[in-house]
Ligand binder design. Structure first.
Ligand code: NAD
Length: 338
């Protein structure tokens, strides 16, 4: 927090629709008088010692401000490019990915009243990137799981449950088959649960979770789900599907020191530069950021304005069935602020 009473937050506007949806966030934040100063950084990779790296200024900015809001980054197709998103996750050791999915009144999907919160281990498991050819036609991918990584994501899940007022944490796993790796995750979960006696803990097999969730998601509305990397990647997209998909789902990548909040969707090159993008996912990500920073009053105000605007349905973007431009929607949200 600076001497002017404002927090400086790193803003990575991103590619494609990134600058347009970031503009909406900036406009709504200044209208809501949120005490935040944006520090815009460019993360276009540069060549350094023969490797493509994120510019030092961007890394320094996030390290200094601890909090960043990030638009989508396009990953060039082709070999040799490490995804920038993965690089960011590794650079800042963002060990937990938090994905809430809540139904939005006014946007009809086959499910009403979805309110799931999923936490995914973000650094290891099947995504450790350890693969090799044993002999021609036989390959091996190693699922690496460490107690340390399990412990920190599980502890975070319980703390997050506390923070959002949920009394139940459920670990999702396949320890029946992955006896050692998921077994370690599950045992660690039982151990960490003892540190939080006021929170009810149980566990469920991933296949069972999928079946139950698409049958009726409402029993999950009072829980925080926590799981290893691959399961979280897939299940969180399934949850996004329950509430109507990509334009509406926010996420937070939480690290020991820094956290980066971002929309789940990509850079949408097909609609970029046309003011057709829906900024809601990035806005809701920024609301998670405000809650993370303890600026709950501002979060509440902007969130109610978003939900009101969508529920009214007069000024919504094309993906939600409306015809409003990105900035027209942002203006409507501004008018709905308290
Ligand atoms: P995408 O999410 O960009 O687009 C999928 C579809 O959804 C498109 O039709 C798009 O127009 C639409 N869409 C997405 N966001 C929208 C929004 N806010 N409002 C309205 N419509 C929206 O997925 P893609 O086309 O597979 O990927 C495009 C690029 O984005 C790729 O380079 C990919 O690597 C990258 N990507 C980045 C991230 C990230 O930065 N976190 C995530 C996913 C994809």
């Amino acid at each position: 927090k600076g001497s002017d009473g404002k927090y400086t937050v790193t803003l990575i506007e991103g590619d494609g629709i990134g600058p347009e949806i970031s503009q909406s966030v900036k406009d709504i934040y200044s209208a809501a008088n949120v005490p935040i100063k944006w520090e815009t950084v460019d993360v276009t990779p540069r060549l350094k010692d023969g490797k493509t790296v994120i510019p030092d200024e961007a890394i320094e900015s996030v390290n200094k401000n601890y909090v960043a809001l990030k638009g989508p980054l396009a990953t060039p197709v082709g070999k040799g490019h490490v995804s920038l998103n993965l690089t960011l996750r590794r650079t800042f050791n963002l060990f937990a990915n938090v994905r809430p999915c809540r139904s939005i009144v006014g946007f009809k999907t086959p499910y009403d009243n979805v309110d799931t919160v999923l936490i995914r281990e973000n650094t290891e498991g099947e995504y450790s990137g350890i693969e090799h050819v044993v002999v021609d036609g036989v390959v091996q991918s190693i699922k690496l799981i460490t107690r340390d990584a399990c412990e920190r994501v599980l502890r975070f899940a319980f703390q997050h449950a506390d923070a959002i007022g949920r009394k139940k944490v459920r670990a999702v796993h396949k320890a029946t088959i992955m006896k050692m790796s998921d077994g370690l995750f599950l045992r660690t979960a039982h151990d960490v649960a003892k540190e939080f006696p006021h929170i009810e803990f149980d566990a469920e097999l991933l296949d069972n979770t999928c079946l139950k969730m698409v049958t009726d998601p409402t029993p999950y509305n009072d829980k925080v789900l926590v799981m290893p990397n691959l399961y979280g990647d897939i299940l969180s997209d399934m949850c996004a599907g329950l509430i109507g998909g990509l334009g509406l789902t926010p996420s937070g990548n939480i690290g020991d020191e820094c956290s980066i909040f971002e929309a789940v969707h990509g850079s949408a090159p097909d609609i970029a530069g046309k003011q057709l993008a829906n900024p809601t996912a990035l806005l809701l990500s920024s609301i998670m950021m405000l809650q993370h920073m303890g600026l709950n009053e501002y979060a509440e105000n902007i969130q109610q304005a978003i939900f009101k605007t969508i529920a009214e349905g007069k000024t919504i973007t094309g993906d939600l069935g409306g015809s409003a431009k990105t900035y027209e929607y942002a203006d409507a949200v501004i008018k709905a602020l308290k």
